[in-house]
Each structure stands twice: as C-alpha cells, then as structure tokens.
Design a binder for this molecule. Structure first.
Ligand code: FAD
Length: 447
C-alpha cells in the first residue's frame, strides 16, 4: 500500500529506519509540514537552517527523481489530507519525545485514526529512546553518570542504509520551501545531510583524538559543531556512535559522553515536561530574583564590561552558535551575577541558536542555575574573569569577538583607562559582591 514518510527532526535519507519501513510498505510520499506553531516562535537562525536543510533533502530526493512535498498548516489536518491524496494506509514517523511533539502526534494520530489511517512510529532522534533507561527499581535516573552507564548497556542498533529502489509519490498541491534572509553578517552554517556527513568525517579525521583536551578551549574552536546537524536529524547519533566504537582513546570516550548528555536531557524532559519552563527543583521558585531590565539588555547585547561574557554573547548574536564553555559562563553570569531567572536567558538563547533545542538548552540552563537535575552545586559560582584566563589564556577568543579589546594590555581585565580609550564599558557589577548576594539568596531558600 502507498505510505507517507512524514519528516520532522530527521531530515536525511541514510540511517533512517522510519523511511526504510515506509519504503518496505509500498510507494512512499516524502512529506514535510510547515507547522505555524513551530515556525512562528523560531528565531531567524533556525528558520534559515530548517529551510536550507529542507532544500538539501529535496535535492537528494530529486536525484531519485522525486521531490519533497511541502505543505503548510496544522499537522492534524495536513497529514490526513496528504495521506488521503495518495491513498496511503499508513504514515511513518520517527517518534518525537518533546512536550509539543508528543501532544501534536496524539492529535494527528486521532485524526488519522478517524480516517482509517495508521500512524506508525519507528525509531527516534536518539540512540536510546527517552523513557527507556530505568534503574533496578524501574525508575528513571536523576543523575547523569549512572544514567550514562545504563544507557550504554542498553545499546543501539547498527545504522541502516538509505532505501534503494522502491517508488515514490508526490502531492499535486504543495507550497514552496520559504526563503529566509539571514541578517547581514550572520555566518551561514552548511546545512543538509551531506554537509553533516562531511563535517563529521573531518572531525573524526582531525580532531576527535584531542577532543577531551580541546573541547574546553573556545580560542581553539575544535569542537565538532554537530549540534545543529543533530538537532535537525541530518545525521543520527547512532551513526556517530558506530563510528566511535571499536577504537578507544580518551577523545572518543569523552565525545560519547557528550552524546549521552544530549540523550540524558531528552530523557529528563520526557519524564518531566514541565521542566521546560518550571524549576526542576521546585524550591528554586521561592528564591528572590531581579526582573530583567537594563542589565539584561547589556547581557544580551554583549556590553557587560566582562570581556569573556561579552565575547560569548556577541558570538551568539553574530553566528547563531556559542561554544559550550561560553554558554556556561554567560548563563552563570545572568543567573548568579545579575540574579535574573534562567528562563529569560534560555528564551534568548533559543531565539538565536541554530541548534536551539528545548531539552539541551533548558536543562543546560537549569544545570548552571543549580536548579536542574544533577546540577553543579549552587555555591560553585563561576568567576568570569578567571574562567576567561583559564580557557582563553591568550585572550584570542575575546579579541575575535570584542575587537575593540584587540590591543589592550590585558583583554581579560582591561584597566579603567584602557576601557575609556577604546570605548569599552566598565564592569556592570562587582562580581565579588554579587557572588555573595547569590549565596545569600540561596541561603534563604535553604532555611
Ligand atoms: P561538541 O563539543 O562537539 O559536542 C558533541 C555533541 O554532544 C554536541 O553536538 C551535542 O549534541 C552533544 N553535547 C555536548 N555537550 C552537551 C551538553 N552539555 N548537553 C547536551 N548535549 C551536549 N546544545 C544543543 O544542542 N542545543 C542547545 O540549545 C543547547 N543549549 C545549551 C545551553 C546552555 C546554557 C548550555 C550550558 C549548553 C547548551 N547546549 C546545547 C549544549 C552544548 O553547549 C552544545 O551542544 C555544544 O556547544 C554544541 O557544539 P558542538 O556540536 O561543537 O559540541
């Protein structure tokens, strides 16, 4: 029977079990639904990236003499109409475990059911589907390390090839993939399955061996940059894990652990969908916070007067990506030096990051805020200046993103005269005092 392959966060042909199952069922309609509920709140980086990724998927399908049928509207209506248009009896998807995706899929399933069509879930964007890893008493893990051990013990399937042969279907009535203009100066990352495979191969060749030493050095910029490819499913983590298996080495082991963090946060969000917005540890809701005002604007715009913080925030604005160490430093500054709730920062990040992912972002923020699962202890408060000196020792990263500091004597802590000379702001706050303030606020909720 004809089948629909409804692409969502799996914009690839290779190693795509849902697509393989669809093509075993019969001729396949490759479908994408532009869902206003997801498109509306997406920032320009994500919109741009999604449309480029869709164009790339469409080009791959055209090489197979078909195309991606793109429609726009509520999925519970559009998916049913598309399936009916090609007389499909089944719609194949990779299961979505996010709060919105789950609820949407229930709606779609109901609507398909009413039309006598089945929604078939095959695989997910994770090596081990969220909700699978449980401890001896059948409960989920709250802490990363035991989770990651149990996760590795469960293991994952071998990657599968793209379907060969088979036949394809197209819709008569479709919409164009929208064109999104990137604001001037925003670096366009390469999107699509081929770009993801190339980037991954280059990283394995050149950088994975030293990954454990290099991953914390924003000045060296040698992380894999796979996050956006993973976010859109241009490559599956299973493919990555298969390439890392076999040979050991610290770099590979550490890289695998990072993939496990991605899976852990997806699992946590699946178990506690409310933690996308609310404090994972509810007592943090009782803490007193500052409302976001001028300080928050200075943070967003990279004008806090703390060079490493400003460099990170400017990298985010200019490129739609930020190095992990900087995500931690800038998030910590907002929450613990400016006392603004993490949700404001998380929303700002999601608006700009091309890899913006609800689970990794919001739980990354909760980790920094001390309110998340397995969070760093609250009293361990980053000192932005010493963090900068440690991870960007020569100040190269700062100079790249805060060019006015290029020739000052100490880019980590410019003298007041240097700041005035190059028109760089004086520190927005006194870190030592704000550190104490953060600890006092924390002591109040601990009573
Ligand atoms: P690499 O160092 O090459 O890591 C490889 C892969 O491992 C990444 O692509 C990612 O999939 C995964 N990974 C690495 N670190 C983490 C982590 N701490 N948590 C979850 N997965 C991880 N990652 C996102 O993908 N989307 C986000 O929206 C996001 N927001 C974050 C917000 C904050 C406050 C923090 C502290 C971290 C956030 N991260 C997020 C995690 C991490 O910063 C990025 O995955 C990483 O910087 C992406 O660059 P890379 O692919 O070069 O990373």
């Amino acid at each position: 029977d004809p089948a629909v392959m409804w692409f969502r966060r799996d914009l690839r042909l290779a190693d795509n079990p849902a697509l393989v199952s669809a093509s075993e069922a019969g001729p396949v309609l490759p479908l994408f639904v532009l869902d206003p509920a997801l498109w509306g709140p997406s920032g320009v980086s994500r919109r741009w990236y999604l449309t480029e990724s869709l164009r790339s998927l469409d080009a791959s399908l055209r090489r197979r003499r078909t195309s991606l049928s793109v429609v726009r509207g509520k999925p519970e209506r559009q998916v049913v109409l598309a399936a009916q248009a090609v007389d499909a009896t089944r719609v194949f998807v990779a299961e979505d475990f996010g709060p919105y995706g789950r609820e949407r899929d229930e709606r779609v399933e109901e609507a398909l059911d009413a039309a006598g069509i089945e929604l078939v879930r095959v695989g997910s964007p994770y090596a081990v589907a969220p909700g699978t890893v449980v401890n001896g008493s059948g409960k989920n893990y709250q802490v990363f390390t035991p989770f990651s051990r149990a996760w590795a013990d469960i293991g994952w399937e071998e990657p599968c090839a793209a379907p060969t042969g088979g036949s394809w279907l197209e819709l008569d009535s479709t919409v164009e993939i929208p064109t999104v203009d990137l604001p001037d100066g925003l670096e366009p990352p390469a999107a699509g399955e081929a770009a993801a495979a190339q980037r991954w191969a280059d990283f394995v060749d050149a950088d994975v061996t030293d990954y454990d030493d290099e991953r914390d050095r924003p000045d060296h910029d040698r992380t894999s940059r796979m996050s956006t490819h993973l976010k859109y499913g241009e490559i599956h983590p299973r493919t990555i894990l298969a390439d890392l298996a076999g040979s050991g080495g610290k770099g590979r082991t550490t890289y695998r652990t990072e993939i496990a963090w991605r899976e852990f946060y997806a699992d946590v969000l699946f178990r506690r969908p409310d933690s996308a917005r609310d404090y994972y540890k509810p007592e943090f809701a009782r803490m007193s916070y500052a409302s976001p005002g001028d300080d928050f604007d200075a943070w967003r715009e990279g004008r806090t007067g703390f060079p490493i913080v400003d460099a990170g925030m400017r990298q985010l604005a200019a490129s739609g990506w930020m190095h992990n160490r900087l995500r931690m430093i800038t998030a910590s500054f907002l929450v613990k030096d400016l006392h603004v709730e993490w949700q404001h920062g998380a929303r700002h990040f999601l608006g700009l990051l091309a890899d913006g992912d609800l689970a990794s972002n919001n739980h990354g923020w909760q980790w920094v805020a001390g309110s998340g699962t397995d969070a760093s202890p609250y009293f361990r408060i980053f000192n932005p200046t010493t963090q900068g000196k440690k991870f960007d020792p020569r100040g190269d990263y700062i100079r790249r993103w805060v060019p006015e500091l290029a020739d000052v004597a100490d880019p980590h802590d410019p003298s007041p005269d240097d700041r005035d000379r190059v028109d760089y702001p004086h520190p927005l706050v006194d870190h030592k005092a704000e550190r104490q303030e953060a600890l006092d606020r924390y002591a109040e909720i601990k009573q």
